[in-house]
Design a protein around this ligand. Structure first.
Ligand SMILES: NC(=O)c1ccc[n+]([C@@H]2O[C@H](COP(=O)([O-])OP(=O)(O)OC[C@H]3O[C@@H](n4cnc5c(N)ncnc54)[C@H](OP(=O)(O)O)[C@@H]3O)[C@@H](O)[C@H]2O)c1
Length: 273
């Protein structure tokens, strides 16, 4: 596994997403068995960064992440756990309460990273950060970040955070360059902020694209792996693919060690410019 060394932390280039672990917008206990199997295999493969949120399966994703970690017995300090506060909980008291609830569901004393999941219309970002900064001072959260923030909002968040903002988590993949075009990636790279790429694997595109297939075949790997390696080859970019399938999880984990050549990058970059 390759890492991003940033703010005295080592963050794995590839972590594990948990959207649909335990259900979608509501908890679905009929998914528990397959969700726990997926988390167990991810932990056994050596994933250490788990990305969850209070609204994934209405909190049940956090419960299953915590349970799987206890069942496999990975020491807490070896892990990097991210959770997120949802956009309708951005008032001061709500942020404090929601963080406590996430910690309770995870069965943990602290979060490594706490993100504002989405900006909301009319939010008072200074109030939100007053609570977030307090959580860091109290030791309940180690690092702060945001998600789905455009450049203007990201700069405001940087100014309001008492500790260096660790990440902006945004959609980023070969066919989705919105956060390159709006200047966020460049700003992150110039200011020591990670860009965490979500939805890094776009299925229809990945499976059908001839350029991607040619690059993958030349290296004897899958098109999904090339899609992930395209992200992890970029400085200050990490990603968090999700998979229920242990084989896919292993392939994704291995993709973190693939560094694409300048020629491969130029070819893949050129596809959607
Ligand atoms: N901050 C936000 O607003 C936000 C929004 C969306 C997502 N996220 C986070 O980002 C994570 C990842 O995003 P995502 O779940 O939308 O998309 P994703 O990881 O790009 O795609 C997940 C899908 O890809 C398949 N897949 C994964 N690896 C594969 C492989 N090697 N070969 C073939 N198929 C593969 C999975 O199927 P199988 O299970 O069959 O492998 C699954 O259907 C989420 O889980 C969540 O933690 C954050």
């Amino acid at each position: 596994m390759r890492y991003e060394n940033i703010h005295n932390l080592q963050i794995p280039k590839i972590g594990f997403g948990t959207w649909t672990i335990g259900g979608r917008n509501h908890a679905d206990p009929s998914w528990d068995e397959k969700s726990l199997l997926a988390l167990h295999s991810a932990l056994e493969l050596g994933y250490t960064h788990f990305d969850t949120a209070e609204n994934y399966a209405a909190g049940h994703s956090e419960e299953l992440v915590g349970r799987a970690i206890r069942e496999i017995g990975v020491p807490r300090e070896k892990l990097f756990i991210t959770s997120k506060v949802e956009p309708n909980h951005l008032e001061y008291e709500d942020v404090l309460r929601c963080c406590e609830n996430s910690l309770r569901r995870l069965g943990m004393e602290y979060l490594d990273l706490y993100l504002i999941h989405w900006p909301s219309v009319g939010m008072k970002l200074a109030e939100t950060f007053r609570a977030l900064n307090q959580l860091v001072r109290e030791g309940k959260v180690r690092c702060l970040g945001v998600s789905n923030f455009n450049l203007k909002l990201l700069k405001q968040a940087v100014a309001l955070s008492e500790t260096p903002l660790l990440t902006n988590q945004v959609p980023y993949s070969i066919p989705d360059r919105k956060y390159v075009k709006n200047g966020v990636l460049e700003y992150c790279q110039q200011n020591d902020i990670l860009l965490t790429a979500y939805t890094p694997v776009k299925h229809r595109f990945t499976q059908g694209n001839q350029t991607l297939k040619a690059v993958a075949q030349a290296r004897g790997v899958t098109t999904h792996q090339i899609s992930l390696a395209w992200l992890t080859t970029q400085p200050r970019v990490i990603t968090i693919p999700m998979s229920f399938n242990p084989q896919h999880q292993a392939e994704n984990f291995a993709a973190a060690d693939m560094e694409l050549s300048d020629e491969d990058m130029t070819q893949l970059n050129g596809m959607f410019e």
